[in-house]
Design a protein around this ligand. Sequence first.
Ligand SMILES: Nc1ncnc2c1ncn2[C@@H]1O[C@H](COP(=O)(O)OP(=O)(O)OP(=O)(O)O)[C@@H](O)[C@H]1O
Ligand SMILES: [Mg+2]
Length: 285
Amino acid sequence: MHLFGEKKIIADHGHQELIGLEQQERLVDAFCKFVWSDKWSEQSKALHFMPTILLYGPPGTGKTTLLSNLAAELEANSSKYYRESLDLLVNKDLGETSKAIKSLFDELKEQASCGKKVFLQIDDVDSLLSSRYLSNESSGVRRGVNTFLSQLDELLLESYDFMPIIAATTNMLSHLDSAVKRRFSLKVEVNPVLNAKEIEALISPMLDIISKELTIDFQEVESLVHENTLTPNDLILVMQRFFLQDLIGNRFCEKDVLEGLRSTESSSSTFEQQRKSFSSLNKED
Ligand SMILES: Nc1ncnc2c1ncn2[C@@H]1O[C@H](COP(=O)(O)OP(=O)(O)OP(=O)(O)O)[C@@H](O)[C@H]1O
Ligand SMILES: [Mg+2]
């Protein structure tokens, strides 16, 4: 039974530079430092903060990378660090979900009570924590959500030297159970709209490998990115496609690259469509 994904070995990937997310990175970073500072116990009460973070936005915008970068940095700066990531395969034996969530939280509590700085990363939280009230959700999902909520509340009631930080990512904020949403204090939208300079920073290392001769008008790319609401990952995929063309000896010029971008379907807009059709099913929102 593999409810939990393997712990990610971030050291392998190292830090991956994100473009257009400086504000988001600074906010999340500052929040984690605040949670683990000595101001937390007093100020969090006054401000009603919980040590929970939710990053939301379309696919391929850097949410997972942002958390992984942060976790790698925290890990590097502290020997008292404990990180766990949770990848739930919801369609597998749902009866086990609650049990697995409980044992994960037990582990977190144990680590926190030893004075460790616990960081839990939950990617694509919606698969687990989608609305409890959707008619098509099985009772296993509902139980899973309830267990998660009660475990989280229990964890946050206790006091530790360093409160555990729970950070999650989702594509579908509206899809999430409102009781779940409420329990994430810091909600950060990750949906960068890249300008020409940022686009250049993102794709020129790739262009350099593909072809030294290719010169690209980044202003033009910027307007295509805005027109088609392309995400950073959409741009990366287009560049990969041209790299592969080059690999098999097919020649192309700037016009082809721009045409490639023009005809690329945005993963952000397909995500929007899904979200809309989902919302119409979801009476809660
Ligand atoms: N803002 C960005 N700057 C640079 N690279 C980015 C950015 N956003 C995404 N990428 C790249 O795109 C790929 C996917 O990013 P990531 O997995 O972090 O996206 P995500 O938002 O978690 O997507 P999903 O919602 O599908 O899980 C990674 O290789 C990442 O480096
Ligand atoms: Mg992700």
